[in-house]
Design a protein around this ligand. Structure first.
Ligand code: UDP
Length: 327
């Protein structure tokens, strides 16, 4: 059995579905603080609970034969982490540490950890490889880097194996439009543009157009959630087949798009015109984040197959089918 923490969230719900499609038995642990129960695949066992609750974790590890944990449950908003850093250090660092402790003590030895490109901060290189210095510039990135450090130390002292997957900008939705991205409040670029184009919000705010980039807006590497999902399954298979490993992999497309370019792509797919309002820079935002994913390509044979167009198109399908999200 695979334990998926945060399986009611955006990426966790997509991975849960695919795990079950591929024959894995899944138990989802989620406190539903940001996730949605209806996003959880009905074929999964669902346990409502918090990853910070040792008793809940110990009970799960005792009750089920859990071979590995995929740990998605976390807070993941750069802006919010600047406003409320203690929430991030408590949920992302404190509670994850308790999860790792419980795993070690209950002899569950395999972990896939959701990390982020935010650990790199504001890199000098145009294309980010895993080796470059980690200098996060916001509490979200620092909280994830702290766990990577804890994992690397735990690898040396205990029987814990892990793969840390550093996501760039997750985007898109399940091809059927059944599950997708639904945050409250929504802060991510693509869903915000699409909501605006659906008429739910008056304009799309662009945070900063004075960055040192060709059009002045921030550049990000958007990676389809189904590509991320496939990377998780490959990583899980690798983790389960190896004795003891601790690896980190970037997950991105290797191509950056500016905020303005993403707006243009959304306009093209939806055939609607966006009303843009320029707003000040958002604290904690680096100007450019683009991945090299050569390491996971070479070592695990992962290749992203979806483009930005696919991400926007599938996200649009999700928005059309669910104009009010999971409500
Ligand atoms: N962004 C924006 N308007 C929005 C949401 C995001 O201009 O309504 C910008 C944001 O400042 C960043 C980029 O879009 O430069 C991607 O932001 P998002 O929150 O989607 O992901 P992040 O890179 O923070 O993980």
């Amino acid at each position: 059995m695979i334990l998926v923490t945060g399986g009611a969230g955006y990426i966790g719900s997509h991975v849960t579905r695919e795990l079950i499609n591929q024959g894995y038995e899944v138990i989802v642990l989620d406190n539903l603080s940001t996730g949605h129960q209806s996003a959880i695949d009905r074929r999964a066992v669902f346990k409502l609970g918090d990853i910070g609750d040792r008793q809940t974790l110990d009970d799960l590890f005792n009750q089920y034969d859990i071979k590995a944990v995929m740990h998605f449950a976390a807070n993941c908003l750069v802006g919010e982490s600047v406003q409320n850093p203690l929430k991030y250090y408590d949920n992302n660092v404190g509670k994850t540490t308790r999860l790792i402790q419980s795993m070690v003590e209950n002899n569950v030895k395999k972990l896939i950890f959701s990390s982020t490109c935010a650990i790199y901060g504001n890199p000098e290189q145009d294309i980010i490889t895993e080796q470059i210095p980690k200098k996060p510039i916001n509490p979200y990135g620092r909280s994830k880097l702290m766990i990577e450090t804890i994992l690397s130390d735990t690898l040396k002292s205990d029987e814990l194996s892990y793969i840390s997957l550093r996501y760039f900008n997750a985007a898109g939705a399940y091809p059927s439009g059944e599950i997708g991205e639904d945050h409250d409040p929504e802060t991510h670029l693509i869903p915000n543009i699409l909501k605006h184009l659906q008429g739910a919000v008056e304009n799309i705010e662009v945070f900063g157009n004075d960055y040192d980039t060709p059009d002045g807006t921030c550049i990000r590497d958007y990676i389809h959630v189904q590509d991320l999902t496939n990377a998780h399954i490959l990583a899980l298979k690798h983790l389960l087949s190896q004795p003891k490993i601790g690896f980190q992999y970037n997950l991105g497309n290797g191509k950056g798009y500016s905020v303005k370019e993403v707006i243009g792509e959304c306009e093209r797919i939806t055939n609607k015109k966006a009303k843009v309002r320029y707003a000040p820079r958002r604290p904690g935002d680096p100007p450019v984040l683009v991945a090299s994913s050569s390491k996971i390509k070479n070592e695990l044979g992962w290749f992203p197959v979806y483009t930005l167009t696919d991400s926007v198109r599938s996200a649009w399908q999700w928005h059309i089918k669910h104009p009010h999200g999971y409500q």
